[in-house]
Design a protein around this ligand. Structure first.
Ligand SMILES: Cc1cc2nc3c(=O)[nH]c(=O)nc-3n(C[C@H](O)[C@H](O)[C@H](O)COP(=O)(O)O)c2cc1C
Ligand SMILES: [Fe+2]
Ligand SMILES: [Fe+2]
Length: 394
């Protein structure tokens, strides 16, 4: 495929990875992803914005060859993670005069991760500019979207904001711009939940920081570009700033059906009270879906049987992940079945120091749940519905 021209002399030279199904050996990618790289020709200098994952270096090189790029002056590195930086060494070898432009923190990380020689760098400060002749690049530090060294680039004359992971979506697409907003909303929310949610207060600060830049196009480093930037900015605002909604997330596991029957009962009791529930069987669920549901949920209830004196390991994994993602949850509890005893509640409770939640009394049934257990679940549903109402979660 020929490189797409975004504006005169500005090209998409990234790689679309349709077949990748796992990112960071952790995150499911049901719709693949892309590693976006952009070439900007100025009247005097040429810049390349980020590179691609090292598994797809050749796609970038082929694009540069097809455009007959003889020289790259500036290789802008927004972020040291290898999905964007991994092809920098090959590009530096191909273009011996090219300098990596990044902030001092990113420089250190690129030296550590990719062993790039010290003399190939130019470092820039927040808001510093570099001229390409008729075009100006302004660098905007944006720490923690996704790592501490992350920065963005604003191309002033064209009003294009290159945002790296910020506003990205794990979505392989043949169209350069968003065509199906529903699908991109889903992919971008998955991306936000897994990559951005742990840094919510930094996301808020960075949203504030870019608010006064007039932007015609947002060009992220994953997924399609936004020629209507307000769509994704509005979505990010709601994910990062809004209060939780009247939603309970209910990940559960059950070996022989006792915990499952408690889960089914609680879901019914909550639904009857107008509370939305998202139920996930942890033996088969896509953990990305669980992460997405945590973006706007007010409460998490974990359904878990006791195994070998503690919680079932699938629940441990899910709770550990939820704690790491730091969602804006307000309430939590545990329900489940046990046979003779163990430390299920203590073990799981100790795993959530990051969650600033009020904990409802757990409901534990000895064996298959009986009348008293269902009554306790009914009371739990009532307490959750009441708290959500008191807090005004709609
Ligand atoms: C492999 C295995 C290990 C278990 N270990 C314990 C245990 O250490 N303590 C306990 O109270 N119950 C233990 N149990 C019993 C279960 O917690 C009990 O059967 C419970 O009702 C299972 O709930 P479920 O039907 O939702 O899977 C164990 C069960 C299995 C299958
Ligand atoms: Fe990243
Ligand atoms: Fe990335």
């Amino acid at each position: 495929m020929k490189p797409r021209e975004i504006r005169r002399g500005i090209y998409f030279v990234g790689a679309v990875d349709w077949d990748r199904r796992l990112f960071d050996s952790l995150i499911p990618l049901p719709d693949g992803t892309s590693y976006n790289s952009y070439l900007i020709n100025g009247s005097e200098k040429t810049a390349l914005i980020d590179t691609v994952d090292p598994t797809m270096t050749q796609v970038l090189i082929n694009y540069l060859d097809s455009l007959k790029v003889k020289n790259i002056d500036y290789l802008i590195a927004h972020h040291a993670e290898q999905d964007h930086s991994g092809s920098i060494p090959v590009v530096l070898e191909k273009y011996p005069k090219a300098k990596v432009v990044c902030n001092p923190r990113c420089k250190g990380m690129l030296i550590d991760l990719l062993l790039i020689p010290e003399d190939r760098f130019i470092t820039v400060e927040d808001k510093e500019t570099i001229s390409l002749g008729d075009r100006t690049l302004e660098f905007i530090y944006a720490p923690w979207v996704h790592w501490p060294e992350t920065m963005l680039t604003y191309l002033r004359e064209e009003k294009i904001l290159f945002t790296c992971d910020f506003f990205g979506s794990h979505l392989a697409a043949s169209d350069p711009y968003v065509t199906d907003e529903g699908q991109v909303y889903e992919s971008a929310k998955r991306y936000y939940a897994e990559i951005m949610m742990p840094f919510r207060t930094n996301i808020q600060k960075n949203l504030e920081k870019i608010k006064d830049y007039p932007v015609d196009i947002i060009a992220p480093s994953h997924g399609p570009m936004y020629d209507k930037p307000e769509f994704i900015i509005k979505a990010y605002h709601s994910w990062a700033f809004d209060e939780p909604k009247n939603i309970v997330v209910l990940p559960y596991v059950s070996m022989h059906g006792s915990t499952r029957s408690m889960v089914a009962y609680l879901v019914g009791a909550l639904a009857q009270r107008g509370v939305t529930v998202k139920q996930f069987d942890l033996t088969v669920t896509d953990l990305g879906k669980l992460a997405m549901s945590l973006v706007d949920a007010a409460t998490i209830v974990v359904g878990v049987p006791t195994v070998l004196a503690g919680p079932h390991p699938n629940a441990v994994y899910a709770v550990f992940l939820a704690n790491a993602l730091r969602p804006n949850l307000k309430f939590a509890t545990i329900i489940g079945s046990y046979g003779w005893g163990g430390k299920t509640v203590e073990t799981l409770t100790a795993l959530i120091p990051n969650l600033k939640v009020e904990i409802f009394d757990p409901v534990l049934a000895k064996g298959y749940p009986r009348e008293a257990d269902f009554k306790a679940l009914e009371n739990l549903a009532e307490a959750i519905a009441r708290k959500h109402k008191e807090q005004g979660f709609a």
